[in-house]
Design a binder for this molecule. Structure first.
Ligand code: ZN
Length: 290
């Protein structure tokens, strides 16, 4: 495979993958269970999800390591398993991808609040990401995602670049709409997020999760207005609603297909999905891009 950044710089639009978490819930993951432990307990489930995304046309397959930083794993008393979980998650997808897709390491928030608002030091967060990213040495790409605190996001980007300087780093944050535009819950605007992530060393910036595809198209345009760097957008399938005790995401694969031309026009370089998206969403997006 050609290096990811080379393809993006030539103007190619790539397709990411969709949700893992909501797929795991569909496979029987119960609330309160550590999703990252599935890697050790049921690797075949993750391989099956990875294969479905590959068959649907995903060019990046995301590891099940969103919460596998030692700080986050400590919520479940599993921080001593960080290396084993991260290494195994990569190995599962390495085999599935078989050179046909990039293996992308998911790194989510630590779950801790940085000083002075919380009691976690920058050093503790940096060290935690450093440990996770060292264990993810066999990936093609590192994807830092669902960040709301720009300081934490930049610590993660710096740790990624320190540990794996030759790997592309993708960094995405989650925004809500306010009367003054889009901001993270910590109050960071798209323009500030974009500048801060790039300055820390990110190669690709953008947004994931969020409040549905139409808002994400506006966010993509805001990123594109702020940078010439590649932009990654992975939208939820809309805001989840509870129907008869089951969480349902309203935006269908057809809805994603309909809006993909607008997403490309807004400036997205990699288009994937977040919560509630499935291999069918990815297949629909891929068809439009092709
Ligand atoms: Zn999400």
């Amino acid at each position: 495979m050609k290096p990811l950044l080379e393809r993006l710089q030539s103007g190619e639009i790539l397709v990411g993958d969709g949700a893992i978490g909501s797929m795991l819930i569909a496979h029987g993951l119960e609330s309160g269970q550590c999703p990252d432990l599935i890697t050790l307990e049921a690797p075949e489930v993750l391989a099956a999800i990875g294969r479905q995304y590959l068959e649907a046309g995903s060019e990046l397959l995301t590891t099940n390591t969103f919460g596998a930083s030692p700080l986050k794993l400590a919520d479940y008393g599993l921080d001593d398993k960080a290396e084993e979980i991260n290494r195994n998650a990569v190995a599962i997808l390495r085999e599935v991808a078989a050179g046909e897709a990039y293996v992308s390491a998911s790194c989510g928030p630590s779950g801790c609040i940085l000083e002075p608002y919380g009691d976690t030091s920058e050093e503790a967060v940096y060290t935690s990401f450093e440990r996770q990213m060292s264990a993810l040495s066999d990936v093609d790409v590192i994807c830092i995602e669902t960040m709301s605190d720009l300081r934490e996001a930049t610590l993660a980007v710096r740790a990624a670049k320190a540990v794996q300087p030759d790997k592309p780093v993708l960094a995405t944050m989650t925004f809500d709409e306010t009367p003054r535009g889009f901001f993270t819950i910590m109050g960071t605007s798209v323009a500030d997020a974009c500048a801060g992530l790039l300055e820390a060393g990110a190669d690709v910036v953008g947004s994931n999760c969020g409040n549905g595809l139409e808002k994400m198209i506006e966010i993509a345009a805001d990123f594109r207005a702020a940078t010439a760097s590649p932009v990654l957008i992975q939208s939820n399938a809309g805001q989840p609603v509870l129907e008869k005790g089951v969480v349902h995401y309203p935006e269908s694969p057809d809805f994603f297909a309909e809006h993909t031309p607008d997403m490309i026009a807004a400036g997205a370089s990699i288009i994937g999905g977040c919560c509630g998206t499935t291999p069918d969403h990815i297949r629909a997006v891929r068809k439009v891009i092709q």
